[in-house]
Write a protein that binds this ligand. Sequence first.
Ligand code: NI
Length: 175
Amino acid sequence: MAVLKVRRYGDPVLRRRAVPIDAVTPELRRLVDDMTDTMYDEVGIGLAAPQVGHSVRLLVVGDEEGRGVQVLVNPVITESGGSVTAEEGCLSLPGIFADVTRAQWVKLEARDLEGRPIAITARGLRSRVFQHEIDHLDGVLFIDRLDPVTRDRIKRRIKKEGFTEDATSHRAFAL
Ligand code: NI
């Protein structure tokens, strides 16, 4: 197992639409282990494969009890509803935080590493984590979901100052 380098805003892999996974290979299992290590090392609560340079539809998310991780292969949101705004950050945009409006709840379907179907209904923070991570699989970042004025302000700031290396005070919210 290994901690992988988290790709940052500006890396083209974050803008690619990730491809579906058709077989769980030993390499894929190793990637899941490495993504889990990376997520814990970064104190994130979710990580999508493109964030570590692999353009495949795979996520790891801290489980509800905080005891382990849930692995989702080819996740798809099948239903969503409501609307809620809350602050969000991203491991690929360290030190950047902004209020993002998303669906209040989502239903999603995926497969686990054994190929078994998984169905999840998520609300609150967990719903937000899934939406944020599935966006990564489509090449979408949370700043894309901000109003244009806020988004441009953030982009200008990144261009001028780069990223804050030490964002530890806020890292628990980073996805
Ligand atoms: Ni993210």
